[in-house]
Design a protein around this ligand. Structure first.
Ligand code: Q46
Ligand code: ZN
Ligand code: ZN
Length: 327
């Protein structure tokens, strides 16, 4: 297979685009396309102060690399979850090394030292998600990302979700006809209420294998292992099904996603994307936007209340912006 641009040996063949490229041209093409999507979906401009959520994985580190190459002002945010020592230590080390090598600023929030318990401990004590960590992990990451973006005066929070991630969620939500979730699934989500960060996913149209190829060909050192708790997850199951479909019909994943975005633009969902934000008000305890009524506060505060009763953790409201943005 030859590169379509120069005729050299291709490093990657993208069947959904009928496009094969050599290393040099692929490494040019991917940031160019990213720039195209940033503009197409009006994600942000070079005036924005961007916060990139980094996990040490190929998608988030590649995204940070691309934004840096494209001349955006982007700092990183690493959240230490305290999940199996080796996994968490290694993902933090790789994120820090990546930032240091490029002179970029990485904000680090370790959940255990900041709030008082690791994600697995939090899952066990709160019993949210029946003791399995993904539910408390997702809630904590969303809360901390939003708060860090707000407290650090970032104008947009970006995540490294790729097309495979987006399509797996889309399929799950479509099979459940989850109208509210479908209305909110988009390359960019406006900050519809004060205290809520604007969010964008610049990699949402790249296949996972393209992001892996980018990281490898750029020489980015990333953590290869998935989080141990991801094994056997519903998302992975959907990804497998979609990959089987893609094998037989190249381009089916991309088509599913693009058609969904088009249908949405044409008004498929009567519900506006920020319908869920209509009931939001500041949490009585920490001030973050929440839909939970009453003085017990948002789900994050209520979760830590339980931990505090057992092992004396700090309340989210006691964690000041300066603690949160330690480095
Ligand atoms: S939610 Fe669950 Fe992930 Fe958290 S505990 Fe691991 S698998 S990291 S995306
Ligand atoms: Zn070439
Ligand atoms: Zn709260």
């Amino acid at each position: 297979m030859k590169c379509k641009k120069c005729g050299e040996t291709a490093a990657l063949n993208m069947r959904q685009h009928k496009l094969a490229l050599c290393q040099e041209h692929f490494l040019e093409w991917l940031p160019e396309q990213t720039q195209r999507f940033i503009e197409k979906y009006k994600m942000f401009t070079r005036e924005d102060k961007i916060l990139v959520a980094v996990s040490g994985g190929k998608d988030s580190l590649s995204l940070w690399d691309i934004l840096h190459r494209l001349g955006y002002q982007a700092d990183g945010l690493y959240i230490g979850l305290g999940i199996e020592q080796d996994y968490s230590d290694e993902s933090r080390r790789l994120s820090e090394e990546f930032a240091a090598a490029r002179g970029l600023k990485l904000n680090v929030v370790e959940i255990e030292s900041t709030y008082g318990a690791t994600i697995p401990e939090l899952a066990e004590i709160s019993n949210r998600g029946h003791g399995k960590p993904c539910s408390v992990c997702g809630l904590s990451k969303r809360y901390i990302m939003n708060r860090a973006a707000h407290d650090g005066d970032y104008t947009v929070l970006v995540t490294g979700h790729n097309l495979d991630d987006e399509v797996a969620v889309l399929m799950q939500n479509t099979l459940n006809w989850a109208g509210g979730y479908l209305a909110r699934q988009a390359p960019v989500l406006e900050a519809s209420r004060p205290g809520l960060a604007r969010k964008a996913k610049p990699l949402c149209r790249f296949y996972e294998r393209e992001m892996a190829a980018y990281a490898i060909l750029r020489g980015i050192d990333y953590i290869y292992d998935e989080c141990p708790h991801a094994l056997g997850s519903t998302t992975l199951w959907y990804k497998e099904i979609l990959n089987n479909m893609e094998e037989k019909r190249p381009g089916v994943k991309l088509q599913f996603y693009i058609s969904f975005l088009q249908a949405k633009e044409e008004g498929l969902f009567a519900q506006p994307a920020d319908a869920g934000a209509a009931n939001l008000h500041p949490c009585d305890q920490c001030g973050q936007p929440t839909s939970a009524p009453g003085p017990e506060g948002c789900s994050f505060c209520r979760m830590w209340d339980k931990v505090r009763a057992v092992k004396g953790a700090r309340l989210p409201a006691e964690v000041l912006a300066t603690n949160l943005m330690q480095i």
